[in-house]
Ligand binder design. Structure first.
Ligand code: SF4
Ligand code: SF4
Length: 426
């Protein structure tokens, strides 16, 4: 049986765009770790080319190298020939699930992850168990469950903040747009304060915000993990939910504050291949992207803090959003913005479910990134993705150097609060 069937097969024309120059190699986390050609973008493109040969089956070796790819898209940014590796790997992953028999342990882990992470109610129900496992010590758990408990986000206050986002929030002052806001899964449960800050800032900047309870999840984890049918179903539910939000009148934008979700939602057009999905994808904006496109209106107050900005791969590489979050942070009085000096474009190892299914590589990458962030001397980290926040938090603690990690929008909300407090004083 050939490696790829005709259902969204990787495109030969994209494979042929690669001129094998190797400019992408140093940006690839797995090549940086192991120096193996088959674990580089160029090597994986050659494996995909093999798979496009009708006589070539999906071998275990191919699957190993595809699985080890983080899908970080650093190679897409680095490639001078414009090779769309993102479109290749996103089409390869479902083919792997269709044409490769995973071991029972791998199947059980993927089932566990896909039946918990995209479900906010199930995640909420797990919170007491997560807290209890940390009290007794995660090392007593089976290896993969221990990893799940270790990387599960730990909110600074010890327990997740309650979500305070109404379905409808009016704009403060003259309205400058109507936007939808994704609540999603992991961020809704573990990082509700990001949502609380997002809705406050958007309203203060003049946006009317609609935040429907559905969808439970945008499907990013499944899309990036090769679970194509589930991802397509969630994409359809997400499009329908935002079509109905706001009384059915078309929203100007759908705003996302989790990089992985925004990146997936911008890919719905390719996933579903419908005009409706393509139109929806064009509406999607990362929150920093939207705020970066308007003149700030809400007064900013001081936040005296040395902050290093961490580029989430699904924001910087997949969406090309680098300048906007930095500009938002630079607009905060007394906030000193720092940059990580070494390997700034290399992934932290989070990458959706990667740190759960490929824990060794993820741990190496997480430890490197945490050390480089510590070297900056920052008092806090700003990162626009919940997966990065959880991964970095775990590795900073393991290096005995915990640092607070904030979404840029939380720092901006703090700045707006400081300005309001100054105004109230006088
Ligand atoms: S993917 Fe791009 S950078 Fe990498 S080898 Fe091919 S052409 Fe060169
Ligand atoms: S997506 Fe990331 S891990 Fe995968 S080949 Fe490209 S740079 Fe390497």
């Amino acid at each position: 049986m050939p490696a790829f069937d005709l259902r969204r097969a990787p495109e030969q024309s994209i494979v042929d765009d690669c001129v094998h120059c190797g400019f992408c190699l140093d940006s690839c986390p797995t090549y940086v770790l192991w120096g193996l050609e088959a674990d580089s973008p160029r090597g994986r493109i050659l494996l995909i080319n093999d798979g496009l040969n009708a006589d070539h089956p999906m071998t275990d070796e191919m699957v190993t190298h595809f699985d080890r790819c983080l899908g970080c898209m650093a190679c897409v940014t680095a490639c001078p020939s414009g090779v769309r590796y993102d479109r290749l790997i996103e089409r390869v992953r479902p083919q792997v699930e269709r044409h490769h028999r995973r071991t029972p342990a791998e199947r059980a882990l993927r089932k566990l992850l896909f039946e918990t992470l995209p479900y906010p109610k199930r995640l909420t129900a797990m919170l007491p168990m997560l807290a209890a496992t940390r009290r007794v010590g995660v090392d007593r758990l089976p290896e993969r469950l221990a990893m799940l408990a270790r990387v599960a986000p730990r909110p600074p206050s010890g327990r997740p903040a309650p979500l305070r986002v109404p379905e409808h929030t009016p704009a403060v002052g003259p309205p400058r747009g109507r936007v939808g806001m994704l609540l999603g899964c992991v961020q809704r449960v573990f990082y509700a304060d990001v949502h609380n800050a997002t809705v406050r800032v958007l309203a203060a900047e003049g946006f009317e915000v609609f935040a429907p309870q559905l969808p439970d999840c945008c499907g990013a984890l499944e899309m990036h993990g090769g679970a194509e049918s589930a991802a397509a179903r969630r994409a359809g539910e997400t499009i329908a939910a935002f079509a109905a939000a706001g009384g059915g009148e078309r929203l100007d934008h759908v705003v996302v504050s989790a990089a992985g979700c925004g990146s997936a939602m911008k890919d719905y057009g390719d996933l579903l291949d419908t005009d409706e999905a393509r139109r929806f994808s064009e509406q999607v904006r990362d929150v920093s992207e939207l705020l970066g496109s308007i003149e700030p209106r809400a007064p900013r107050g001081p936040v005296p803090l040395r902050v290093v900005y961490h580029d989430a791969c699904h924001l910087a590489h997949a969406q090309g959003v680098r300048a906007q979050p930095r500009a938002l942070l630079r607009g905060i009085p007394e906030l000193e913005l720092l940059e990580v000096g070494a390997e700034p474009d290399v992934c932290c190892g989070s990458a959706g479910i990667y740190n759960l299914v490929e824990p060794e590589a993820a741990a190496e990458l997480g430890a490197r990134k945490a050390a480089f962030l510590i070297e900056t001397g920052a008092e806090a980290i700003a990162a626009g993705n919940p997966g990065c926040a959880a991964q970095l938090d775990m590795h900073l603690r393991e290096l005995h150097h915990p640092l607070p990690i904030h979404h840029p929008i939380e720092l901006l909300a703090r700045s707006l609060d400081a300005a309001a407090a100054d105004g109230a004083r006088g």
